[in-house]
Write a new protein. Structure first.
Length: 204
């Protein structure tokens, strides 16, 4: 998992509330066995028409937001089913940060384990950021995980809370496997002792 310290990036405004995980990554794509490639299907039903043509007024089809790594959304983001694929799709598309007033609890956990920083701000603060991202060309935000702040060049500054353990994992770039591997030497020693004790017991 890529470590996260500070990010300055274009911000894309997804001015919708109650965005559910079936919109983030529709169910027909959950049959894939890979953990990569889901970015192509992010917001699939909103990005294109039934005939496959791009929806021109959808934010991720707007060239002004090409390359954005920060997504701003309305409250209750990623509600619905608990599919981890939603986090995979956002990360694979290139988003490192999602800012919203509230998030679904299970998604909140899944996102952190996949290197995505979730920033909870007040509804008025999020409304301001959405408006800025819509109206200011090339609007960028800076998210500092170390300082737990969101800032822009227009004078906006807000602080956000983050669980200390999740913050540590994100800054160090540690997912669940990475956390386990930090104890590789102790695990190897335990296994060696277990094998040795088993061999001695069998010999006796």
């Amino acid at each position: 998992m890529e470590a996260f310290h500070t990010l300055t990036s274009l911000a894309a405004p997804l001015d919708r509330t109650n965005v559910d995980t079936d919109q983030i990554i529709p169910k027909q794509f959950l049959k894939r066995i890979e953990r990569t490639g889901y970015g192509d299907f992010l917001f699939f039903d909103w990005r294109q028409t039934p005939s496959g043509d791009p929806v021109p007024d959808f934010v991720l089809n707007d060239p002004r937001y090409k390359g954005a790594q920060i997504l701003i959304a309305g409250k209750n983001f990623a509600c619905g089913s608990s599919r981890e694929h939603a986090a995979w799709a956002l990360a694979d598309f290139g988003f490192r940060v999602v800012i919203a007033p509230t998030f679904a609890d299970i998604f909140f956990s899944n996102a952190g384990k996949n290197g995505i920083v979730l920033v909870r701000l007040g509804e008025e603060q999020v409304a301001k950021l959405l408006e800025n991202a819509k109206t200011i060309p090339g609007y960028q935000l800076t998210v500092s995980l170390a300082e737990q702040t969101v800032t822009d060049s227009q004078g906006f500054k807000a602080s956000f809370e983050v669980d200390p353990f999740r913050k540590f994992c994100l800054i160090e770039g540690l997912d669940d496997i990475g956390l386990t591997l930090r104890h590789a030497a102790e695990l190897d020693a335990f296994e060696a002792k277990h094998d040795r004790d088993g061999w001695l017991k069998a010999k006796c």
